[in-house]
Design a binder for this molecule. Structure first.
Ligand code: NAD
Ligand code: UGA
Length: 501
């Protein structure tokens, strides 16, 4: 006995809501999936070819589910896609009519933002559940009796209870099941992560209704191998999401803390990562030392976990997780300060080039990017120019963002020093120092190919860049992607992370 689901409403057309709804609609042609958002501009873009975010494979998936296109899709990364050969009914819609679409749905996914609170009780640490509370009220007022609610947003443990209480207050006497189904996708690989997830976690109440709702959601994941679907109680599911991000971030801070020891001893952090990662109990992933982790989630989720521990009267646990954040900030700051120190403690009259502005390669997502913090530190020393280039970011958007976050007076168009380039060579031309902030393949120097120009398309022509640098030529490699020995041989000074340089 399973609840019948024929229409899904996903609230929140962001990085999670859009791609998740697209994949659900693509694999379930019998369902109608409507994504709603109060942001008209965002919805307009979802209804166009100019999507509000870039994810490989997303546009093709939309062309199929949203537009009914029957052209074969080419998802190289996807294991299980069976391209639709016959004409399909468009079954993915985007709308700003939140109330109407909530009212028409059998299942409602909540995928709104849950950032860190900026003010008031728990400011800077607790999760801001304002958006979640607002949509819960709308659901209580407009949803069909018996509709299944699904938390896709990352939330503090016991939020499902809060949602249930709010529903009871605004819609007494009507029963709604609330499931927890956290999302584990990463920016830049959203579609392949959704198509081939490591696991799908469904948290439900251990009641007949709860299990019935969980089965209905499991059916929506029709393309996922059933052995990858895990059922838990709602608390475990909510908490597991925070813990997954906290553990990944903790590995990065752990290796970054060791990178500082390497710089003072002669050990090499890449050799350490390889040596310890070969132990299957440790594993090799998330052991890349660098300028620290960024992105919209690691930081906020650790803050949320630490705050949860604190409010539960567990200060030692809170402190333990806070330390992961502390090391992360310290690592970024210490790298940017090293740049200033190596340039004789003054940036006056110098051009500094920042390669990589997003929080990682393959995405235009710039939320909590380590590059921005680095740029702030550089600007304190009044350089002649800070030139920015990121192959995945639109220069206009980056310019606007730097202006908004650092003050519009820092921009070159306002007689400041920050300029954003569309072309890497112009960004690097006559620069005194290049700082690599993301491990983009474009910036990578082919491992052992020496000083030859890499013939890989889009790879930077490092010899050309080096030739046009001002002396003494400096490259600060924040992601360990250039060959230090090779660069040093051609007269470039390289400062990396985690080795004596
Ligand atoms: P986002 O900011 O990109 O999107 C959230 C959307 O919700 C926005 O478009 C906003 O306009 C909309 N919204 C907010 N309040 C609303 C309301 N009252 N009515 C209608 N629409 C409303 O956020 P995101 O990155 O998609 O993240 C969403 C959730 O998923 C967060 O809890 C996040 O922690 C979690 N998550 C994110 C990622 C990721 O890679 N970005 C991965 C896993 C989990
Ligand atoms: C992360 C998780 O990987 C996802 O599983 C999760 O769903 C998501 O957060 C979320 O909840 O939002 P994402 O933020 O997209 O995904 O990015 P990651 O690829 O995990 O990288 C995060 C940061 O860590 C980046 O700045 C990256 O450069 C850095 N990183 C990663 C390192 O410094 N070293 C590493 O070894 C790996």
């Amino acid at each position: 006995d399973t609840a019948e689901v024929s229409s899904i409403c996903c609230i929140g057309a962001g990085y999670v809501g859009g791609p998740t709804a697209a994949v659900m609609a693509y694999y379930n042609p019998h369902l109608t999936v409507t994504v709603v958002d109060r942001d008209q501009a965002r919805i307009d873009r979802w209804n166009s070819e100019n999507l509000p975010l870039y994810e490989p494979g997303l546009l093709q998936m939309l062309q199929s589910a949203r537009d009914g296109s029957t052209e074969d899709m080419e998802h190289q990364q996807m294991a299980t896609v069976s391209p639709q050969s016959e004409r399909r009914r468009p079954n993915l819609l985007f709308s700003t009519d939140v109330a109407k679409n909530i009212g028409a749905a059998d299942m409602i996914l909540i995928a709104v933002n849950t950032p860190t609170k900026k003010r008031g009780l728990g400011a800077g640490r607790a999760t801001d559940v304002t958006a979640l509370e607002a949509v819960t009220k709308q659901i209580a007022i407009h949803a069909k009796a018996g509709a299944i609610l699904v938390e896709k947003s990352t939330v503090p443990c016991r939020t499902a209870d809060l949602i249930r209480e709010t529903l009871k207050t605004y819609r007494p006497g009507v029963h709604f099941e609330v499931l927890s189904n956290p999302e584990f996708l990463s920016a830049g690989t959203a579609i392949s992560d959704l198509v081939s997830p490591s696991r799908v976690l469904i948290g439900s109440q251990p009641t007949t209704e709860g299990l019935r709702a969980a089965t209905a959601l499991e059916r929506v994941y029709s393309w996922v191998d059933p052995c990858k679907i895990m059922h838990t109680n709602t608390y475990s599911s909510e908490l597991a999401k925070l813990v997954a991000n906290a553990m990944l971030a903790q590995r990065i801070s752990s290796i970054n803390s060791i990178s500082a020891i390497c710089e003072k001893t002669g050990a090499d952090i890449h050799e350490i990562s390889n040596a310890i990662g070969a132990d299957a109990r440790i594993g090799s992933k998330y052991l890349k030392a660098g300028v620290g982790f960024g992105g919209s989630c690691f930081g906020k989720d650790i803050r949320s976990l630490a705050y949860l521990a604190e409010t539960l009267g567990l200060p030692e646990v809170a402190e333990y997780w806070q330390q992961v954040l502390k090391i992360n900030e310290w690592q970024g700051t210490r790298f940017a300060r090293k740049v200033v120190k190596r340039l004789n403690g003054t940036l006056s009259g110098k051009k500094i080039t920042v390669l990589g502005y997003a929080f990682k390669p393959g995405t235009d997502d710039t939320r909590e990017s380590p590059a921005l913090e680095g740029i702030r530190i550089l600007l304190d020393d009044a350089p002649a120019e800070v030139a920015i280039f990121d192959p995945f970011c639109c220069p206009t958007v980056v310019r606007e963002e730097v202006g908004r976050l650092c003050g519009s007076e820092v921009l070159k168009c306002n007689d400041g020093s920050v300029e954003v380039y569309e072309n890497a060579y112009e960004a690097c031309d006559r620069s005194h120092a290049i700082i690599i902030m993301t491990d983009c393949d474009e910036f990578r120097q082919s491992a052992k190919a020496g000083y030859e120009v890499s013939n890989l398309e889009n790879r930077l022509d490092w010899p050309k860049i080096v030739y046009n640098l001002e002396k003494p030529r400096w490259v600060f490699d924040g992601r360990g992607i250039v060959d230090l020995d090779v660069m040093e041989k051609v007269g470039v000074r390289v400062e990396g992370i985690g080795r004596v340089g």
